[in-house]
Design a protein around this ligand. Structure first.
Ligand code: ADP
Length: 703
């Protein structure tokens, strides 16, 4: 069986409340019954007492006539009178005393029962109404008291036998005659006894029903005739104030109140406790949000609990979301690592494999050239992977900021077009179109050129990468009204489904379908592009349809550079490269790197000197006036590139010094250029870029 403590709170409370209410209800009912019984008992006892009191009063009231009749009837003269019937004597000695007898009638009879004489007042006119049978009985009993009916009403009759004075006990002699006294039970009689007993008195016929009143005492005295048969009833009534009416009324009110109390408790405990508790249980079991809303509307503590639940739900959702995100990012990380491993292993495999093949003794020049091309391409791929990773981590740690400068946007985009166009693989039936602006931009645009180019290159490269056949179109629009420049890159490639459209700008996100998986990539390009564009104050969006193509559109703010005129950089790039015979000092601690630079420079017949650290570079520059250019590695022992450059610059400020470093980010470029270096080359070195840069320095070209 279920224990009490296992029931729910509301049920316990209800049992407690209803239990106490029922207890009080029962208490009041018991009290009511007890009071009623008490009242009945008291009434009965009082009634009995009253009856005794009334009968005693009646008897007491008869005492005087009885003693009078006893006195009168052992009197020698009265005995003689029954024989002489001397009316004169009677009048002188008996009738004259009538008033003192306090009765309404007296009468004398001979022993044979013959009426002799009577005296009566005005109340009783009837004479000789005593039946013969009474005298026969009286002869034996000597004294009688009884009631009888006469025409005037009911009378109380006292009768006695007459004896001589020497026989006061009436046992020595035989009766000589009979003497009767009677009194009428009329109003004055009732008044008399009524005053003594503080009652209302009524004479009631035998068959009339008496109606007993609750708040009155009633005593019925039966009046008997000489045969002990009932003549009439004498009803005494007295008000009875000692009852419990008020107490009972109060108890009834209390009983009703406790009943109402039970209903009121039940109703309000349901409304105020049961319902909110039920909602709480529901919320706890199901987390139902509608129930929380209902609970919140409850006044007082339950409303607060509702708020708490809502807050808790919100926190739980946040937690679930964070958990999902954490799991997602964990998955992403694993897939990124697998991807990264694949992306690094593939080119590394080629590099190691083809480097091995280069050792083959009978290798033709054509094959050698082909292998070298592959190794170079793979190397470039690896570098670009590392660059992307470093860039992303810098974006994450907010280490990069835009570097604004004025650029000729038309020229810049055209240059990009030319550069990218040649990279389209020959096996693709793909055309790259640049939609030129009809109107030339009057002024330079203020933006971060490197980041902008990087974004455009990323988007066009993707478009080429994910399009087998068709065309890739790109261009831009100036929106003077919105003060934005809107770039678009559109392709007729694979397209992206809706699900993936939402996530492709997230880092390490790649579409995991059969086509995309085949194509290499780390899933960082779009994330970096988005970060760059947002850094420049723009937005990026994409629309796409599977197997139809995609369009990436991004904007950057339109800010004119008021300070400089448009420069035609493309023209500047077209200057012919001339061979020269200058001396170049290469400050480089790593032997392989030095070998590579030396080979590159010697191909153009430059004279190459080497310094193994920063200090050596300073010394050589100080002691050798023939050095025309320094290629300074940044990370070197003894003195690093910055320190060495600072010293060299202090004694020979005109000597051009190019920094070369493996830290390939834009920030490094910034730092190097701020330090005052003439130019900057990032490792791995691109042969053509090296020549171009050296030429630009020797022939005073603008960089
Ligand atoms: P990835 O290095 O994989 O190319 P990106 O961040 O540049 O990384 O692109 C993320 C994913 O978006 C790609 O893996 C590819 O599935 C999808 N994607 C990007 N550009 C295009 C495009 N032009 N057409 C179809 N899919 C594209």
């Amino acid at each position: 069986m279920k224990k009490f403590r296992d029931f729910n709170t509301y049920f316990k409370l209800l049992i407690l409340i209803i239990g106490t209410s029922v207890l009080f209800f029962l208490l009041y009912v018991v009290l009511y019954i007890y009071t009623t019984k008490q009242e009945n008992n008291l009434y009965k006892t009082t009634q009995n007492q009253y009856y005794n009191e009334v009968t005693s009063i009646i008897q007491l009231h008869s005492k005087t006539p009885i003693s009078t009749i006893i006195d009168v009837t052992f009197w020698d003269d009265l005995k003689n009178f029954t024989e002489s019937k001397d009316e004169k004597w009677y009048n002188t000695y008996v009738a004259s005393q009538f008033e003192t007898y306090e009765v309404d009638y007296i009468g004398a009879y001979t022993v044979e029962g013959q009426f002799i004489i009577k005296t009566a007042n005005s109340k009783i006119k009837t004479k000789d109404f005593i039946p013969k049978e009474v005298m026969i009985r009286l002869y034996q009993s000597k004294l009688m008291r009884f009631y009888m009916k006469i025409p005037e009403g009911v009378v109380e009759v006292f009768g006695a036998t007459i004896h001589p004075s020497n026989d006061p006990k009436k046992n020595k002699t035989k009766p000589s005659g009979y003497f009767f006294m009677a009194r009428l039970l009329d109003q004055s009689y009732f008044k008399n006894i009524g005053n003594i007993s503080s009652s209302d008195i009524k004479l009631v016929a035998l068959n009339s029903a008496s109606n007993v009143e609750v708040d009155a005492l009633e005593a019925v005295v039966k009046l008997k005739d000489y045969k002990r048969a009932d003549v009439a009833n004498l009803v005494f009534k007295r008000s009875f104030n000692l009852h419990f009416k008020n107490t009972k009324q109060i108890l009834i009110v209390l009983i009703l109140a406790s009943l109402i109390n039970i209903f009121v408790y039940f109703y309000f405990s349901r409304k105020w406790i049961y319902k909110p508790l039920k909602i709480i249980t529901d919320v706890l079991e199901t987390g139902n949000e509608n129930s929380i809303a209902v609970l919140k509307k409850q006044p007082g503590e339950f409303g607060y609990i509702g708020n708490l639940f809502e807050e808790n739900n919100y926190q739980r959702k946040l937690l679930e979301l964070s958990k999902e995100k954490a799991e997602e990012s964990d998955k992403l990380k694993s897939s990124f690592l697998a991807n990264l491993s694949h992306e690094i292993r593939t080119p590394m495999n080629a590099i190691v494999g083809f480097s091995d093949l280069l050792n083959e003794p009978n290798l033709s020049d054509k094959s050698k050239e082909e292998y070298l091309k592959i190794i170079k391409k793979c190397g470039i791929n690896l570098v670009s992977i590392i660059e992307d990773l470093i860039e992303m981590s810098k974006i994450d740690s907010k280490q990069i900021a835009p570097n604004y400068k004025g650029i000729d946007l038309d020229a810049c985009v055209k240059e990009l077009y030319e550069t990218i166009r040649v990279t389209i693989p020959n096996n693709k039936e793909l055309e790259l179109y640049f939609i030129e602006n009809e109107k030339r931009i009057p002024k330079n645009i203020l933006t971060d050129e490197i980041k902008l180019k990087q974004v455009i290159v990323n988007l066009i490269s993707n478009a080429i990468k994910y399009t087998e056949k068709g065309k890739v179109t790109f261009g831009y629009q100036i929106n003077e009204k919105d003060k934005t420049i809107e770039f678009s890159v559109k392709d007729t490639g694979l397209g992206i489904d809706e699900e993936n459209l939402k996530v492709i700008f997230d880092r390490f996100r790649r579409i995991e379908d059969e086509f995309s998986v085949e194509l290499s990539g780390l899933g960082l390009g779009l994330a970096i592009s988005k970060a760059y564009i947002e850094m420049l104050g723009g937005t990026i969006r994409v629309s796409s349809k599977i197997k139809v193509g995609s369009e990436f559109i991004f904007t950057i703010p339109l800010i004119y550079d008021e300070s400089s005129p448009v420069q035609n950089q493309i023209d500047a790039l077209n200057v012919a490269i001339k061979p020269n015979y200058e001396t170049i000092l290469v400050a480089e601690d790593d032997n392989i790197n030095f070998l590579l630079i030396k080979r590159i420079l010697e191909l153009k017949e430059y004279k190459v000197l080497r310094a193994l650290n920063g200090q050596e570079a300073v010394d050589m520059c100080r002691n050798n006036a023939d050095i025309h250019l320094v290629l300074m590695d940044i990370k070197m022992p003894v003195l690093n590139g910055y320190e060495a450059f600072k010293i060299i610059n202090s004694f020979n400020p005109k000597l051009p010094v190019i920094a070369q470093t493996a830290y390939a980010s834009f920030d490094d470029y910034e730092k190097i250029m701020k330090s005052g270096f003439t130019a900057y080359l990032s490792k791995p070195l691109d042969k053509e870029k090296v020549y171009e840069l050296i030429d630009s320095i020797f022939y005073n070209r603008i960089l």
